[in-house]
Design a protein around this ligand. Structure first.
Ligand code: C5P
Length: 223
């Protein structure tokens, strides 16, 4: 059998999109499939970690060997993550909605003859990664993702401090890259000591390599 360098380690993860309710039948969502996050969860579990994954609504199966909590909104995701701390590492991959509707309607919003279209008012959602990165129960290793369509590296570097993360895995999600929803990914690992550029590979391969890098980091005294 394979070596288990993460045996005895607990890792909290998020993956997938969030759904922000407008009324009982409508919501705001994004194009995240959960493929990358779920692949990372499975890869960490294969290395022996106890993985607690908080997943937004996705159509893919729960990753093998992982305990999964299913949530819909960003606030539910935040609450679930907080309940799962402390942990040795946190890997936050979810595409959390930045905003939610200010007032969720209790009943389906009806079309009224001659009335104007409803205006959606939005408020900011909690930043789950920043909450973990600045928490009193901060895991030793905190990894975030940065999906950008422009200024990838500059934005990723800013996120290290803003979110209290050790690494930001930056990927270009411009429509032409096909990353969002697709099977391949080209990432850069941004840390305080520099940037590692990984070639284009499958999301499975990104997951394997990232899990190995996490295992190596958790085996050192300092990360
Ligand atoms: O700021 P931005 O959304 O680009 O940051 C992306 C990173 O922050 C990802 O790791 C994502 O999972 C996390 N995030 C979060 N909660 C939010 C927004 C982003 O955990 N509300």
């Amino acid at each position: 059998s394979r070596p288990k360098p993460l045996a005895g380690k607990t890792i909290v993860m998020t993956s997938g999109p969030t759904h922000e309710p407008i009324d009982p039948v409508r919501y705001i969502a994004n194009r995240s499939s959960g493929k990358q996050g779920h692949a990372i969860a499975a890869a960490l579990a294969r290395l022996g970690a106890t993985v607690h994954l908080v997943s937004g609504p996705v159509t893919i199966a729960d990753p093998e060997g992982v305990s999964v909590t299913h949530v819909e909104s960003a606030r539910d995701m935040r609450d679930a993550v907080e309940r799962l701390l402390p942990a040795d590492a946190a890997v936050m991959v979810a595409a959390v909605a930045d905003w939610r509707t200010a007032n969720e309607a209790g009943e389906k919003i009806k079309k009224q003859p001659g009335a104007a279209a409803p205006a959606l008012q939005m408020v900011e959602n909690p930043d789950i990664l920043a909450g973990v990165g600045h928490s009193k129960q901060r895991p030793r290793l905190v990894v975030g993702f940065a999906a950008e369509t422009q200024d990838l590296l500059a934005n990723a570097r800013k996120k290290l401090d803003k979110k209290g993360a050790d690494w930001i895995v930056a990927n270009d999600v411009s429509h032409t890259t096909g990353v969002m929803g697709g099977d391949r990914n080209a990432v850069r690992i941004v840390t305080r000591s520099g940037v590692e550029e990984w070639p284009d590979m499958s999301k499975e391969e990104v997951a394997e390599r990232l899990a190995a890098r996490i295992a190596a980091a958790l085996q050192t005294i300092e990360v």
